[in-house]
Design a protein around this ligand. Structure first.
Ligand code: NDP
Length: 296
């Protein structure tokens, strides 16, 4: 069995070392050495394509990936851990008014602000999958009033469930803090538009760490500029890296990170790939496959 590896953010050696330690018999070849990328469809024995980062949107849109070929998503416990820490940090930073305290410290001002009890803070998490579910549970542990919006409904105890297009508006109207951890699909593109922002309570805060394409960026800017939204924390953008002249860079109500909310090491990421290679060899069904029709 040969694995063709096209490394992403992590250096190739991390992947090579992890596969060598966990599946020494696997031959790993690096992508540029296997010929032209456009040739991919012509590998007659290709069994599946495994994502080594979360989010299947780019791969699903790649015309070089034959439609019959299974795509396996990345499952990496570190990604859920880092995502939930990033989300909790952004929520707490907003809820506990850390920007005010930073300004007060700079001005030598001792100014204790009243803290809204967490149970009175209504948080709406869009996407209750591997990452969104982990973040929603963590927020629940901090005592927030958490609801979730998903396509088919979740089963997370203690989290109020809103489902599909009909559930969107009632979900938004009760979200003081909106956390978006949705995949980018044909159904979620631009879901956070002017109508969605208008449905949020006045003074709501928006956090997006799913995909940039979920947000209509001009609509977000307008909702912030009008004073309807109090602020936004963004990790993902329609164009990445964010262009130098993009208005978000200098927007006083926007906090941003460079698509780094969730990260994971190769050591854990190889496990699902190895399990699927084993299944392939044993003629068993693959796990963690992407639903092409649903787009995630
Ligand atoms: P999952 O596939 O596990 O979960 C996706 C969730 O979104 C599910 O709850 C699903 O509903 C819901 N969903 C999908 N389509 C719709 C829709 N049309 N309407 C309502 N709900 C919908 O994904 P993960 O949790 O692993 O990851 C989510 C996304 O996070 C990734 O797709 C990627 O875009 C992004 N990401 C961002 C990173 C970062 O660093 N910023 C890093 C990694 C990923 P249901 O439960 O009903 O299926």
């Amino acid at each position: 069995m040969i694995l063709l590896l096209k490394p992403g953010r992590l250096p190739a050696q991390h992947w090579i070392d992890a596969f060598a330690a966990k599946m020494p018999e696997l031959e790993v070849r690096l992508w540029p050495d296997v010929g032209d990328r456009a040739e991919v469809a012509r590998f007659p024995n290709l069994k599946f394509v495994a994502l080594i980062a979360a989010g299947a949107d780019r791969l699903l849109a790649d015309p070089d990936i034959p439609p019959h070929l299974p795509i396996v998503r990345s499952i990496n416990p570190e990604m859920a851990l880092t995502m939930k820490a990033w989300v909790v940090y952004q929520v707490v930073r907003h809820h506990r008014e850390m920007a005010r305290y930073e300004a007060d410290q700079a001005a030598h001002r001792w100014n204790r602000l009243a803290v809204v009890p967490p149970r009175e803070v209504r948080i709406g998490v869009m996407g209750l999958g591997v990452l969104g579910g982990a973040a929603a549970r963590a927020l629940l542990d901090f005592g927030f009033d958490v609801a979730g919006w998903s396509r088919r409904g979740g089963s997370i105890e203690g989290i109020e469930d809103f489902i599909g297009p009909d559930g969107l508006r009632p979900f938004l109207t009760r979200s003081d803090i909106l956390v978006s951890i949705l995949p980018f699909t044909k159904d979620t593109e631009g879901v956070l538009d002017a109508d969605a922002f208008a449905a949020l309570p006045k003074g709501a805060y928006v956090i997006n760490c799913g995909r940039g394409e979920l947000v209509v960026e001009e609509d977000l800017k307008a909702a912030l500029d009008s004073g309807h939204l109090l602020g936004a924390a963004l990790d993902v953008f329609r164009t990445e890296p964010l262009p130098d002249d993009h208005p978000f860079w200098e927007h006083p109500l926007i906090t941003m990170t460079p698509h780094n909310a969730s990260t994971g090491s190769a050591w854990h990421a190889v496990d699902v790939v190895i399990e699927n290679i084993r299944r392939c060899q044993a003629g068993e069904p693959l796990i963690a496959t992407v639903d092409r029709a649903a787009g995630y």
